[in-house]
Design a protein around this ligand. Structure first.
Ligand SMILES: Cc1ncc(C[n+]2csc(CCOP(=O)(O)OP(=O)(O)O)c2C)c(N)n1
Ligand SMILES: [Mg+2]
Length: 815
């Protein structure tokens, strides 16, 4: 029973009546349960709407924990020992950065991100993140990159990293090796799986990874599991457009295998994320609006008794109206300040905290620093079905750094602590290091048989091994796939086709192959028709987790838009960034899942390296494999389209990426040689490289591959002699180079007399094509060859779609 006097007055409502409403609701909740109470509210809301008195729209819930104390359940771990382990990790993470910066003050590193994320990480490591074992594929965890010192410090306690490695943080080239600044699978291939430090990439990668996991399951390529994809993000990071850019895809696809944890310390690098607003509420509205399950973990257990006393919601209201700038101030101020500024606005609030001393008020914990609240949120997230979950956890940036950084605007760049500050930190977290050792700031690892180490190891063993940990588990392919590409080496018999069409022909062949057919993952951002790929819709289907719930408008045509639950094409819609993260998921599946999926991502070349290069770098860092195809490349004949088809720079942008093999072919046989060799290098020999191949829309006759063993080699190296000069008399010698779109111009120049009109120029055409073909052992022309490799053999009626490069050419103009 509530005391009538404590009910806040609502203007125009009799307090007695208000009291009765609250009591009735409490009774329904108590006796009928939460579901009934929610239904009652829904019903009332609907009724109010009907009578024209509907409540104003709000996508927010009050500024309190989503999971009330009475429903949070029991924390299953040993809280005291976990706190000690966490303290040791905090110390070693801090020591790593402080020591490195003593040697060289330009080394950098971060202390305060991990300081705020420690509990969020530790509850995951001790209770949730499952390692990859023979029996279970394991969870995928994207860890906030700037918190890497904490991950290294944990691995040190786990016995996975030596003190020497920690010593050489950010100095990987030291004699005994070191540790990369951030999660970097290229530099630490046995440790890191996912590069996360370029902010905004990992949320998008996580969404498409979770969707790709479902794709593999729906296509029967991997067994269905309850593995989760976790992504730990900063609240400032959510300002990156990529961070929230695909959240509706995650809910649309019901990705309940996906969990975001957003570390809401209210600060970014320079200052508050939303000084004049509330980032938690803003994110809640965005995610709820997008259909996510939102769990707020804002307040620690110390706050529970206060909320219990807050029957009329005064405290909740007060916390809801304070902007983040004020909230941040509370962290650095005294308990008296907090009493005055939070509770001093209403005598009834002051009454609530009258028995709590200032010091206890000051140290009231945030939800993200309370393992019980974090555990409850994670448990609810992993048990939730039907939609992805985001956990918004309130923390303090630089937690534990006291005067030297806690909650302060400078904290992000804090890398040095003086002896006094180190002493305070040491004492606060109970690290067994003497005062006289502080100047040296040594790492500390308790003995192997200590309770801490035993506990930590036991927890990881129970959860299937260490995380993060990268292991390549796929088996190499065996076939050489000669037969798939042979037809493309022999030219098109004078038929005019584009290199795009040639590539699509190869893709079609590969999709039919018994070894690699099911492993091929075609990815398109709404350009399949432009590239003449629509016949693949029918051949292998477009992936849709729901199958096809409607009769497509073109169902009566042969090439109808076929969506299927086991469809193979990832038709991503207009998102090159999203498509690229699908590429990353598929291109790294050889390590993540032990499955050699081979992605072919084809897009307008102008919207690739120029637009989403950071993702392409991330793919390189992740040791991704696969093929990027830059379509309509090279200053095409689609000039009327403006700059979207005037790519002359993507190869320049490809150049600096060390593992990206970029080619600008002009002839089908070149593409065939490159792709076949690429599959061998990546999936048979296990090289961690990927390919960028530009393909064009211009149609011309494809010559056969010139004879000679050096040609194949030359193509792969990037240069070979296509033709010698026919002018034998000239004293002067010229070497004319060309590739891709300019190659046919180069061929004109190589003629004794330059041709007058390029559009009708035939100099690019091979001479003695039949002869070359015979020399190569291919079927001579005249004998009927199977033309399906160039364009799909189709029944009459679809002829206009068959016209290879030309059809493509016209389609391009129509866009
Ligand atoms: C794309 C990108 N831009 C800028 C940075 C530089 N940077 C590193 S950390 C940081 C602030 C991070 O703030 P937040 O996301 O809130 O994480 P916190 O450290 O507060 O947990 C910035 C701007 C970056 N790493 N990536
Ligand atoms: Mg932050």
């Amino acid at each position: 029973m509530t005391d009538n006097s404590s009910v806040a007055r609502v203007p125009g409502i009799d307090p007695q009546e208000m009291q009765e409403w609250i009591e009735s609701f409490d009774a329904v909740l108590r006796e009928e349960g939460q579901e009934a109470a929610t239904l009652l509210l829904d019903r009332l809301r609907a009724r109010a709407q009907l009578l024209g008195a509907g409540p104003a729209f709000t996508a927010n819930t009050p500024y309190v924990n989503t999971i009330p104390a009475e429903r949070q359940g029991v924390f299953p771990g040993d809280q005291e020992i976990e706190r000690r382990i966490k303290s040791l990790i905090r110390w070693n993470a801090l020591a790593m950065v402080v020591r490195a910066n003593r040697v060289d003050h330009s080394i950098g590193g971060h202390i305060s991100t991990y300081a705020s994320a420690a509990t969020l990480f530790e509850v995951g490591f001790n209770h949730f993140f499952r390692g990859r074992t023979q029996e279970f594929e394991g969870d995928t965890v994207y860890l906030q990159g700037h918190a890497s010192p904490g991950v290294y410090a944990r691995a040190f306690l786990e016995g996975r990293l030596s003190a020497k490695k920690l010593e050489n943080f950010r100095r990987e080239l030291r004699p005994d090796g070191g540790l990369s600044s951030y999660p970097h699978p290229w530099l630490m291939p046995d440790f890191w799986e996912y590069p996360t430090v370029s902010m905004g990439l990992s949320p998008l990668m996580a969404i498409y990874q979770a969707r790709f996991n479902r794709y593999l399951e729906d296509r029967g390529i991997k067994p269905k599991t309850n593995a989760k994809v976790w992504a730990f993000l900063g609240d400032g990071e959510t300002d990156e457009p990529e961070s929230l850019g695909a959240i509706t895809l995650a809910s649309r696809e019901n990705l309940d295998n996906l969990i975001f944890v957003i570390n809401c310390n209210l600060q970014r690098l320079d200052g508050p994320v939303r000084g004049n607003g509330k980032i938690v509420q803003e994110l809640e509205a965005a995610f709820r609006g997008a259909g996510w399950n939102v769990i707020k973990a804002l307040w620690g257990s110390d706050w529970d008794p206060l909320f219990e006393r807050d029957v009329d919601g005064l405290l909740v209201k007060r916390l809801g109206e304070m902007v983040d700038g004020e909230m941040q101030k509370l962290v650095v101020e005294s308990g008296a300040y907090l009493r005055q500024h939070v509770f001093g606005t209403d005598p009834r609030l002051l009454k609530m905290v009258k028995d709590i001393p200032d010091e206890a008020l000051r140290t009231l914990r945030q939800g993200g620093h309370d393992p019980r609240k974090v555990y409850a949120a994670y448990k609810a997230a992993v048990e939730h079905t039907g939609s992805p979950t985001v956990i918004l956890a309130r923390t303090i940036k630089g937690y534990g750094l006291g005067e030297s950084g806690e909650g302060r605007n400078i904290t992000h760049q804090q890398k040095k602590l003086n002896e006094e500050e180190l002493r305070e930190f040491r004492s606060r977290f109970g690290i067994p290091i003497n005062d006289d050792q502080l100047a040296d700031t040594p790492f500390y690892r308790p003995p192997e048989d200590s309770r801490e180490i035993q506990y930590l190891r036991a927890r990881r063993q129970e959860l299937g091994g260490y995380v993060p940990s990268r292991k390549v588990r796929s088996k190499p392919l065996v076939a050489d796939h000669d037969a798939l590409f042979r037809e493309f080496l022999t030219g098109s018999d004078g038929r005019e086709v584009s290199t795009t069409m040639a590539f699509v022909g190869m893709l079609r062949q590969m999709l039919r192959d018994p070894e690699i057919g099911k492993l091929v993952v075609p990815i398109v951002p709404d350009e399949a028709r432009t590239f003449g790929m629509e016949s693949l819709f029918r051949q292998v289907g477009i992936y849709s987790s729901r199958g096809q719930l409607y009769e497509p408008v073109d169902v009566h045509t042969l090439l109808y838009y076929k969506e299927a639950k086991d469809g193979q094409i990832l038709e991503e819609g207009i998102t090159e960034a999203g498509s690229m993260t699908s590429f990353i998921a598929a291109g790294s599946a050889y390590a993540t899942h032990g499955i050699n999926t081979i992605p072919f991502f084809i897009y307008y070349s102008m919207f690739g390296l120029q637009r989403i290069s950071d993702f392409i770098w991330a793919a390189a860092d992740m040791r991704c494999r696969g093929f990027l195809l830059g379509g309509t490349a090279g200053r095409t004949t689609l000039a009327g389209e403006g700059l979207q088809h005037q790519d002359g720079n993507s190869h320049i942008l490809a150049l600096p990426i060390p593992t990206l093999w970029a080619y600008d072919p002009a002839f089908a046989y070149e593409i065939a040689v490159i792709i076949q060799d690429g599959i061998r290098r990546m999936y048979k020999d296990g090289e961690n490289i990927f390919y960028y191949i530009t393909v064009m829309n211009e149609a011309y006759a494809m010559p056969p591959m010139p004879p000679g063993p050096e040609i194949r080699d030359g193509i792969l190296k990037g240069m070979y002699k296509y033709r010698a000069s026919q002018n034998k008399k000239s004293k002067l010698r010229a070497q004319i180079f060309g590739s891709g779109a300019i190659l046919r111009e180069a061929l004109c120049f190589s003629m004794p007399r330059r041709c007058a009109g390029r559009s009708h120029c035939r100099h690019g055409l091979p001479e003695g094509a039949a002869q070359s073909r015979q020399q190569m052992g291919a079927a001579p022309s005249g004998r009927s060859r199977d033309r399906r490799v160039w364009t799909e053999r189709r029944p009459r009626g679809a002829a206009q779609l068959l016209r290879g490069g030309r059809a493509l050419h016209h389609a391009g103009h129509a866009l």
